[in-house]
Design a protein around this ligand. Sequence first.
Ligand code: URA
Length: 210
Amino acid sequence: MSQHLTIVDHPLVQHKLSLMRERDTPTAVFRQLLHEITQLLAYEITREMPMTTKPIVTPMEPMEAPTLAGRKLALVSILRAGNGMLDGVLELIPLARVGFVGLYRDEETLKPVQYYFKVPEKLEDRLVIAVDPMLATGNSSVAAIDLLKNAGAKNIRFLCLLAAPEGVARMQEAHPDVPIVTAALDRGLNEKGYIMPGLGDAGDRMFGTK
Ligand code: URA
């Protein structure tokens, strides 16, 4: 992808996002909407996946048919909220391998602390799509991408639902080679590192933990 930041302003994405933002949207509906938006965003982030052709035979005649080049996608969920985006992408690309990066945010320092890391082998040969709904301070996203690069990944994209300008700037500075696809770029962060107007804590809202 040529652009560092892509905002998907498709009407369906924007409508579903507004429903997700509403305080009173129930957990199950929030989760379903995230699933649906993720599929629409995944369509955009995979737009430039490498293609090849293979010979097939239609009922009419043989042809060289377009097909994805290889089975080389790794989808990496940044725990825990990233898990809410996994199934949406996997439904579109069932052969993707899946990895997990466990980072939690220290509420005092807002800095990421790693507690889990398990990713598919041969990361260097794969297109890696890291998923996390909220790009807020960018601290955990930058740390997750650092870990993926240390594990060999060279071709990484970042898929999120909402981004703050602070997080985008931090990613641009640390990882200018990692394109970001999001549904919206919000106003900014509050003093606790939450995106404003945002949608609150994505993990709590999708898992009903608060
Ligand atoms: N993580 C969230 O879940 N929400 C925010 O607003 C910021 C970080």
